[in-house]
Write a protein that binds this ligand. Structure first.
Ligand SMILES: *Cc1c(COP(=O)(O)O)cnc(C)c1O
Length: 447
């Protein structure tokens, strides 16, 4: 175990105008060449990123509560990631694992097998993005079970490719106009304690979902139940205790696969390597991406050896999947999580956030709930005196924080969730400072 190292000063500082001159000039250039379909939530352009700060091209230093959407868990330029990438890229950039294989791919697979739940024989296939991992998990599940139906949930987010768009719940902005979507994808209710009938427990919520599966799909047709153990884009929804174990048990009893999409919740984000561990669930297949490679594009499907091996030779892969530089980065990121004990940091961050924000539920009209695990915590905004979603308040709060130098993202089916995803390397001082800015912004928009 060693101390977290920083290269940049860990401070919040807005130097002058915001956005500054250089960011405004880049925004101009961008508007003539970048598709409007590709949007950015922050109006400044990044120049240097380290620990808990993003420094922009005008020298502003922002507190990072987004980690590039849960990716830079170890920080945006962790020394071990940078060193591994440099060493790797100096030797070769690419051979294609399907042409000339290399050690990094094998070593990373060994590491992923070791940190994923369950001590059964596991195997791994590597890809580039979260969506690609989810699509491949679906391919594997269909071949391994000989069945077609895929069960997904309300508020789910699984990606932007055709199959994963179909699996994603929210129309705008992810699906609108992009159909027709892939068939044999069925959506059932999730456990959403804040919005479910008062007192509905995990077992009851699972029964509600599984009755629908039995009636509308038929258990014998189900290849896989695919679920985010904590829903990410859908609003950091933590299901009631017992919901995930009940689904997993149903899968085992009915010959379907339980697939945990841990793309956002995985890799130490919630204080364990994977979020399913909080409930003692062992998935048949898992999808892993975002935080795994310190910012490099790499994803994985990890699961029971006999399931991955059900696919014929050559059936899985891709030109770049498990690129050597990204594998080196991932090994560096996993080493960093261990060496800096970042799982414990995630639990500590959770405690600091709760200590700072929990009183807002009683103390304000707009914060309905503070929930999540580890460094994956959200505030759900409601119209005062109700549980009606209040997206305007969430957006106003996020915008105000940004203007004061704190990057905060929103999410949720109703757009009414403010989500906190700081790098696990953020200092306590910076974390508390950012939370104070957030609390003040909420006080200013408490209506
Ligand atoms: C982000 C995300 C994806 C998609 O990952 P990409 O790398 O953007 O394709 C899939 N599932 C979950 C749970 C995610 O959060």
């Amino acid at each position: 175990m060693s101390e977290i190292q920083y290269r940049l000063p860990q401070k919040r500082e807005i130097a002058g105008e915001f956005p500054g001159e250089k960011s405004r000039a880049l925004a101009d250039r961008r508007s003539s060449v970048i598709a409007t379909g590709v949007a950015s939530s922050v109006p400044v352009y990044a120049a240097d990123v380290d620990g808990g700060v993003v420094v922009d091209v005008d020298g502003n230093s922002l507190i990072d509560f987004g980690s590039g959407i849960a990716v830079t868990t170890v920080g945006g330029s962790a020394p071990k990631v940078v060193e591994n990438v440099k060493n790797s890229v100096e030797r070769f950039t690419h051979t294609c694992f399907m042409v000339t294989p290399y050690e990094g791919y094998v070593e990373l697979a060994e590491r992923l097998v070791a940190i994923t739940p369950g001590d059964h024989a596991k195997k791994v296939a590597l890809f580039n993005s979260g969506a690609e991992a989810v699509e491949n998990a679906v391919k594997i599940a269909r071949v391994a079970t000989g069945r077609d139906a895929i069960v997904v949930f309300d508020h789910a987010y699984h990606g932007r490719t055709n199959v994963t768009m179909a699996m994603t719940a929210k129309n705008m902005p992810y699906k609108n106009g992009f159909g027709p979507f892939a068939p044999e994808i069925y959506r059932v209710p999730v456990s959403y304690p804040f919005r479910d009938p008062e007192g509905m427990n995990g077992a009851e919520a699972a029964r509600r979902a599984l009755e629908m599966v039995d009636k509308q799909i038929g258990a014998d047709n189900v290849a896989a139940v695919v679920i985010e153990p904590i829903q990410g884009e859908g609003g950091f929804i933590v299901p009631a205790d017992g919901f995930l174990p009940a689904l997993s048990e149903w899968c085992t009893d009915n010959g379907a696969l339980f697939v945990a999409d841990e793309v956002q919740s995985g890799v130490a984000r919630t204080g364990e390597w994977f979020a399913v561990e909080h409930e003692g669930v062992v998935p048949d297949l898992m999808t892993i991406a975002k935080g795994v490679a310190g910012g490099m594009p790499l994803s994985a499907v990890v699961g029971r050896a006999e399931l991955l091996d059900a696919v014929h030779g050559g059936g899985l892969g891709g030109t770049y999947g498990g690129n050597p530089v990204t594998c080196a980065a991932a090994i560096g990121a996993l080493d960093t999580i261990e060496e800096w004990d970042l799982k414990s940091r995630a639990k500590h961050i959770e405690a600091v956030i709760h200590a700072s924000l929990d009183s807002l539920v009683e103390g304000t009209g707009v914060v309905g709930e503070v929930r999540g695990r580890g460094a994956m915590i959200a505030l759900e905004f409601v119209k005062p005196g109700s549980r009606d979603p209040h997206p305007e308040a969430a957006k106003a709060v996020a915008a105000e924080c940004l203007g004061k130098g704190v990057i905060i993202l929103t999410c949720g089916t109703y757009g009414n969730i403010v989500r906190l995803l700081p790098p696990l390397t953020i200092t306590d001082e910076l974390l508390r400072e950012g939370l104070d800015v957030l609390s003040d912004a909420i006080a200013a928009h408490d209506r």
